[in-house]
Design a binder for this molecule. Structure first.
Ligand code: FRU
Length: 467
């Protein structure tokens, strides 16, 4: 379908649906969510000329994974975002089944998008092209077309390029599935973004000491912190374990020694980035001030979307809050971006026995908990966060079955930061040592009711403004 026609249909979808979506009581007030339709991966996250740009996988037509456009927001402060012209419309033959995920770089002062043109054939096969688009003065993007067809030796599942500049050239990590159905991350190099040379497989299932480790790895990202290379990726097909890999698909990272020209990455074991119910496809950028910032999709592919109540209002899914990444004691830490503190209203403090703790409104709030012993925090009927001295557990009723489902973390708990935004809860454990991100569709806005035979120190701020 032509770009003009697709944009016309998009306009109708927005005009018809936007007001209803805005009325949803579950709609976040400071997280990014689609005006209408379905949002998934963050794409093209970058700071350019001081301004942050964040694109996103967007089906503006329905709450299903169908057409994939790139929506585009920009911001000066990571808090207040404005809509930009739609960045990519899947109008060309080489992207007819979606402008899939990718990244942004600045080359010769121009903002350039590198993304996957996805093509599905009627027989079930597919192919993929890595494509370029360059920003115009009016905020739209001009497509330059494919620069990389499917490499030999891989199925049609090749996508999600992440590109950066280093050692005088451009490097790309690219998600792929080989012909034995093993997930891999490819490394490519280019002098000009137009001509790419495949250097080899940097990591993957059956590589670097891993055995079977997933049939596809999606959404790679590669960067350095403290001279260590960190590869983020999303392996698909890991079997669930008692306390690990509980979601349909995982998002995590490897830390290691990287030799780019040799395409060699000797890495340690896979670690999950987030232990909550909904977290996937993280993408990072290096801000002008040197911070490594991350957004992720607060959703998981093929996981329990059918019963999300926001569908009734014509939208589904949102982003996580922006986070700062650091490497501390060989582990990634994620903290809420410091800008978020500007959303805090008048703070309150309280110390005393858990059962006497006040009940603050938590629809949009930040709650800091320093517990001395075991406690449980009931958020609403069936929704509970509990600490038994060894294990922190978040329990919620499954949207599909109503049965309780839980996610947990083990360790030595010192403090918790809880960020609420109407239908989401992000739990930062011990100042970002671990994180649990989840959607919570409670009948009442979450409200804190503590139980337990212990003393708690609490700090609380309502959060207002943003988006
Ligand atoms: C991850 C993903 C990517 C793909 C995009 C399509 O959620 O499957 O691999 O590019 O979503 O929307």
């Amino acid at each position: 379908m032509s770009e003009a026609r697709l944009l016309n249909l998009l306009a109708r979808s927005l005009l018809a649906g936007q007001a209803r979506a805005a009325q949803d009581p579950y709609r976040p007030v400071w997280h990014l969510a689609p005006s209408v339709g379905l949002l998934n991966d963050p794409n093209g996250f970058i700071q350019h000329k001081g301004r942050y740009h964040l694109c996103y996988q967007w089906n503006p037509f329905s709450c299903e994974h169908g057409a994939k456009f790139w929506g585009h927001w920009s911001s000066d402060d990571l808090l207040h975002w404005q809509h930009e012209p739609v960045a990519l419309v899947p109008a060309e033959q080489y992207e007819r089944n979606g402008c899939y995920s990718g990244c942004a770089v600045v080359k010769d002062d121009e903002l350039t998008l590198i993304y996957t043109g996805n093509v599905k054939y009627p027989d079930g096969n597919r192919t993929a092209f890595q494509c370029l688009a360059v920003a115009e003065a009016d905020g739209t993007f001009r497509k330059l077309g494919p620069v990389l067809p499917l490499p030999a030796g891989y199925t049609g599942h090749v996508r999600d390029p992440k590109v950066w500049f280093e050692q005088e050239c451009w490097w790309m990590v690219l998600a792929a599935q080989d012909l034995q159905r093993q997930g891999k991350i490819l490394l490519l190099r280019s002098a000009d973004l137009h001509h790419w040379q495949l250097l080899g497989e940097l990591a993957g299932s059956q590589l670097n000491g891993l055995r079977d480790f997933g049939y596809m790895w999606e959404c790679p990202d590669l960067f350095r912190l403290q001279n260590q290379a960190i590869l983020l990726c999303c392996p698909q097909g890991l079997p669930h374990e008692a306390e690990r890999y509980r979601n349909r698909f995982q998002a995590g990272y490897f830390i290691g020694d990287l030799d780019l020209p040799q395409a060699s990455f000797r890495h340690a074991a896979f670690q999950e980035l987030d232990l909550g119910f909904e977290f996937y496809a993280p993408q990072t950028t290096c801000a002008d001030d040197g911070r490594r910032l991350l957004f992720a999709w607060m959703g998981v592919p093929e996981q329990d979307e059918a019963d999300h109540p926001t569908r009734a209002y014509g939208w589904i899914h949102c982003m996580t809050c922006p986070r700062e990444l650091t490497l501390e004691d060989g582990q990634l830490r994620q903290r809420p971006a410091r800008e978020l503190q500007q959303l805090r209203g008048a703070g309150q403090q309280w110390q005393g026995s858990a059962t006497a703790a006040p009940c603050w409104p938590c629809a949009s709030a930040e709650l800091l908990i320093q517990p001395q012993g075991a406690f449980a925090l009931t958020l609403a009927e069936g929704y509970c966060l509990s600490w038994d001295g060894q294990r922190l557990t978040l329990t919620r009723p499954s949207l599909q079955t109503g049965q309780p489902e839980s996610r947990s973390w083990r360790g030595h708990l010192q403090q918790l930061t809880l960020l609420f935004d109407h239908s989401s809860l992000e739990i930062f454990i011990n100042d970002g040592e671990a994180v649990m991100s989840s959607r919570l569709f409670t009948a009442q806005p979450a409200c804190s009711q503590f139980q337990g035979d212990t003393t708690l120190h609490l700090r609380y701020w309502p959060l207002t403004g943003g988006v």
